[in-house]
Design a protein around this ligand. Structure first.
Ligand code: NAD
Length: 285
């Protein structure tokens, strides 16, 4: 694909702090193409009341190369697309839509591929027999799908809302065709973690507005690996305590950067420089 210019956007609500636009604009420019990445925030006066169908039609008509899709549209966009990647179809969630020159819309999920890539890079020898995930919201669904399609044999998922953990387990087990995920009680999760190889925090715990950790870290030992999806701050209380206990850790930046790296490749056909996109991401912190 040759590009004189690249036109991209992000459809979602409350997306003013997203670092994704800057990562794409800097990478496109570095590869010699004028690149514009628009925030299409449906909570703003400009777009209030616009339908998702209307926004997709407008993007297609005006020659956008692609769109990222975020909360609350990752499921709603599915029936509006012409094709889905294996990950997007399996998870039932799309965060990236590629718009072909003839207007065909193909949905992908680079949250899934991005988390996997971050894990491979950050913890290449992580034990994968039994893993625990705390948090079964939007990000948790992508992380769980990524874990069970990239080597985890048994995944235990807990959430303060047990119906969420249960629903996540059922939908992912149906998608992968095996009983890979079990919903478990968040109370007493430390005993399950103690027996596992690793644990991932997929709750907002650790952000300034949600201080603390989602579980008591005294259950961790040096043989555990510990991942966090939170990237503001990069070193959460969970990761600091895990490091102090001798665990290997994975912070939330890998997923946030690699979802954009994978989307840039899909949007443009150009090979992104992940190190450069990481530098852009970190420069915004
Ligand atoms: P969400 O609100 O959809 O889901 C969070 C889930 O965590 C909820 O189901 C909630 O019940 C559960 N939860 C909260 N506290 C808990 C606790 N103490 N124990 C057990 N469960 C608990 O949120 P989301 O969209 O899934 O996002 C989660 C976090 O992921 C965000 O706060 C953000 O920090 C981070 N995030 C990371 C990336 C990335 O690329 N690394 C991208 C987006 C968001």
């Amino acid at each position: 694909m040759n590009h004189d210019s690249i036109l991209l956007g992000l459809i979602g609500e409350g997306i003013s702090l997203s670092r994704t636009p800057a990562m794409h604009e800097a990478e496109g420019l570095a590869q010699g193409a004028a690149t514009v990445y628009r925030r299409l925030d449906t909570l703003t006066d400009r777009l209030k009341g616009r339908s998702l169908t209307g926004l997709l039609d407008a993007a297609r008509a005006t020659g956008f190369n692609g769109l990222n899709i975020t909360h609350p549209y990752k499921q709603a966009v599915l029936p509006l697309l012409d094709e889905l990647s294996e990950q997007a179809a399996g998870l039932g969630s799309v965060n990236t839509v590629v718009i072909s020159p003839d207007g065909k819309l193909t949905g992908h999920n680079t949250d899934v591929t991005g988390f996997s890539r971050g894990l491979e890079e950050g913890l290449p020898d992580a034990g994968m027999t039994e893993v625990v995930q705390v948090g079964a919201g939007g990000v948790g669904n992508a992380v769980a799908y990524s874990l069970v399609t990239h080597g985890v044999e048994r995944l235990y998922v807990a959430d303060l809302d047990p119906t969420r953990a249960q629903a996540l387990a059922e939908s992912i087990n149906a998608a992968v065709g095996r009983e890979a995920v079990t919903g478990v009680d968040a109370r007493g999760i430390e005993d399950v973690i103690a027996a596992a190889d690793g644990v991932v925090n997929a709750t907002p715990m650790g952000m300034p507005a949600h201080p603390g950790t989602a579980f008591d870290t005294s259950c961790l030992t040096p043989r555990h690996w510990v991942g966090d999806v939170v990237y503001m701050p990069i070193e959460t209380q969970l990761l600091a305590e895990a490091k102090a206990l001798g665990c290997r850790t994975l912070d939330g930046t890998g997923m946030a950067i690699h979802q954009a790296v994978d989307a840039f490749r899909l949007f443009t056909g150009l090979e992104p420089d992940a190190g450069r996109m990481r530098a852009t991401f970190l420069s915004l912190g």
